[in-house]
Design a protein around this ligand. Structure first.
Ligand code: ADP
Ligand code: MG
Length: 314
């Protein structure tokens, strides 16, 4: 099947007519209408076979993942997803593979109202790049660096669950907890949760490389330290002997870690009442730049540093 037939059949036809899109797929570039009262929030992420997903991963999962990881970045800014582009590099043009890929991609895209408005389709080792565009009211994007000393630190969902699922897949464990495998295979971007935190969270980051390293990034950006009380994490749900290790350094969670002032915790409880996941208070920021990781009052240093593409050689 040639490139144009593929695009036409699996991608171009899936875009519904929308007033905010003057031109979608089919011209040299897409043209969108921007809201004058909004800031445009843009994120891009590439996923590569062998690095971000196992060789042989079902196409549907890859279609979901390439968009989910990008929507997670928009969620972490408190932005509302609107448009995306898709650059697909693949070793061959197998219509069955692309069909399943598009299924996974559009199931998620439709759920969050994000329209595919363009892309590129080329031959090469399997890799997918998605760029997402979202909107947030002018000046309201939630950045990593906005936390203040004394803010409470929260995380959504079950950090470590995806890492437990990845391990189960790698080990081909037949008794693998299906919730863990599902969480790894179909990460759910916390879009609604990110939107609900506008005007409430002082700082936010999405947890993709491990809670310890990502929370540390947020604290560094805010020029703060913190004390974490990790006994509040739902480690029993992770269902592994090394659940704490997985929660801190496992990666692939795509949960949100955020800060807010203590006097606004009740507001968080109100706003999160209808969330699909819990928001758990795991720590408090402070002016002193060091970080204490405590479990039942005992220090527990995260062993791994989270995922790193280009580790420094010793
Ligand atoms: P060009 O040669 O100008 O780059 P292409 O042949 O790559 O054009 O693409 C033709 C049209 O199809 C463009 O509108 C492009 O954005 C769109 N397109 C190509 N690949 C994809 C894809 N994987 N998903 C969505 N749109 C795509
Ligand atoms: Mg092209």
């Amino acid at each position: 099947m040639d490139e144009f037939a593929l695009i036409e059949r699996f991608f171009a036809r899936r875009v519904a007519g929308r007033a905010d899109i003057r031109l979608g797929i089919g011209d040299d570039a897409a043209v969108t209408r921007c809201d004058p009262d909004a800031d445009l929030v843009i994120a891009t992420d590439t996923i590569v076979e062998g690095t971000h997903f196992l060789p042989g991963t079902p196409a549907r999962e890859i279609g979901h993942r390439c968009l989910a990881v990008n929507l997670s970045d928009l969620a972490a800014m408190g932005a509302e997803p609107r448009w995306c582009t898709l650059s697909l590099t693949m070793p061959d043009a197998d219509p069955n593979w692309v069909d399943a890929f598009a299924d996974g991609f559009f199931a998620l895209a439709e759920r969050y109202g994000v329209a595919l408005i363009g892309g590129d389709t080329v031959h090469g080792p399997l890799s997918v790049t998605v760029t997402v565009h979202g909107l947030v009211a002018t000046g309201q994007a939630i950045c990593r660096g906005g936390a203040r000393a004394g803010d409470l630190i929260f995380v959504t969902g079950v950090p470590g669950l995806a890492a437990a699922g990845l391990r189960a897949l790698r080990d081909s464990a037949t008794d693998a907890a299906s919730a863990a495998v599902e969480r790894f295979a179909y990460p759910e971007p916390r879009v609604a949760e990110g939107l609900a935190l506008r005007g409430l969270a002082t700082a936010m980051i999405d947890v993709s490389d491990g809670l310890a390293v990502d929370a540390t990034r947020m604290l560094s950006a805010s020029a703060l330290g913190a004390a974490f009380d990790l006994s509040r994490l739902p480690l029993d749900v992770v269902g592994a002997d090394d659940a704490l290790e997985l929660a801190l350094t496992g990666g692939d969670d795509y949960e949100l870690c955020f800060c807010l002032p203590p006097e606004r915790e009740a507001e968080l409880v109100r706003r999160s009442a209808d969330w699909a996941c819990r928001a758990i208070r795991i720590g408090r920021t402070r002016d002193e730049r060091d970080i204490d990781w405590l479990l039942d009052g005992q220090p527990c240093e995260p062993a791994g540093a989270g995922f790193e593409h280009f580790p420094e050689q010793p």
